[in-house]
Design a protein around this ligand. Sequence first.
Ligand code: 5AD
Ligand code: SF4
Length: 492
Amino acid sequence: MTGNTEVFESEEFREMLNKTRTMKEPPQQDGSLRQAWYINRARMILNEKEKELGRKLTFCVVTFGCQMNERDSEKLRGILKLAGYAEKDTEDADFVLYNTCTVRENANVRVYGRLGSLAPYRRKNPEMKIALCGCMMQEKDVVDRIRKDYRYVSLVFGTHNLHRFAELLVASLMSDRQVIDVVEKDDTIVENLPAERTYSFKSGVNIMFGCNNFCSYCIVPYVRGREKSREPKEIIREIEQLVADGVVEVMLLGQNVNSYGKGLEDPVSFADLLREVEKIDGLKRIRFMTSHPKDLSDDLIEVMAHSEKICSHLHLPVQSGSSRLLKIMNRHYTKESYLALVDRLKAAMPDLSLTTDIIVGFPGETEEDFLETMDIVRKVEYDSAFTFIYSKRTGTPAASMEDQISEDVIRDRFDRLLKEVQRIGRMRSSRFEGQVCPVLVEEKNRQEEGLMTGRTPHNLVVHFPGDEGLTGSIVNVRLAESRGFYYMGERV
Ligand code: 5AD
Ligand code: SF4
């Protein structure tokens, strides 16, 4: 944990906890009041257990995957803490929860491996409960396998009922059997749940859930459901509360933030939302992800270019440079239109850092297609890029496409791409050498005593001499020496 965080619960939720303390039955209606009742209930059960065992009960949450999952885990940890568990960094805990990812096959493989490695802890602690949640649990064959081969897992739930975690926790604490609750669809957005932030000074904020795009390789729309946006006033209220609690940077989260607000009763655009977030006093930095190129409006470029708080960094997944493949991927843009968008962005913000996601080895990818990807990487000059080997996800259209690419060919292309991405990344990063940048100080350097680590608005990591008291503040640092993808700096 960084910056000494406590569970953050809103005033409203604190009142709900008080109000439900004396209620005999849980409130019928799904929502935060009902969950508050269950947190109280869990607290009672755990109190009894602690008396019986003569010690405090502990939990450990392990997160796989994206920033959405990171944020979800903060909520899960908040509930476990309010229920009375003490947090542990290691998995020899009484309640171990894996928040899983399934975007690529190796994410699944890691979860099974990790479950297996819990065996010695299980033998030592008969009280231990193991729970699984997140995207992987929305897949039927995964749940079947857990049911059959992993009987010792106590609780399984999915992405749609995460807001009912307190209730599911109680069900699991009261039962010796495996509790499995995975639903196909649930459009409720429960506001006001508590969260235990990893960092005291920065936070993710969900602005929408789900995805409507059905890129042909991607499993996310199947496991996260259709897009639904939160009401702007709820988002603003949450950020205001976070700022009052010490947050200076927010990361607005959604699978496709550029289509934010479309389904709301009073539709608003993402650019409009940003204009409102900008006005929040005390908030210093705004980031967001992920942007789909097909929906990035000129209005958004305008807002970014004129904002004092939105960071000079845009993550704009391209996936491939081949217009032919982009069509089969169902991305709704071409190499040319993507490059034209990048030109508009750079014209409005010459200093902008651009990062991206690229998939290598999509079914049918020819050497020519791949060279188009290399070409777009050179033309855009990304500051950095996440490169992924295509992973076949059962149930997606791409999984049944003919002409899956052989491993050797993919490996060779992947290596060539990575080299190019790194060469360009180093070059881009060196453009800051000697400059003084405002750096949000995030944590003590993990390797070297006496150094602190922070980030510039361009999302560059900087290490510099400083003490822990600086954590969470923004200080001016000279970017003295580029070390490829990070800087060594000194305070000025
Ligand atoms: N195989 C490889 N990479 C994938 N991504 C999504 N689905 C797959 C897949 N089946 C990548 C995309 C996306 C990022 C979050 O994960 O590049 O932008
Ligand atoms: Fe997956 Fe495409 Fe949705 Fe991103 S936009 S989550 S890649 S389907």
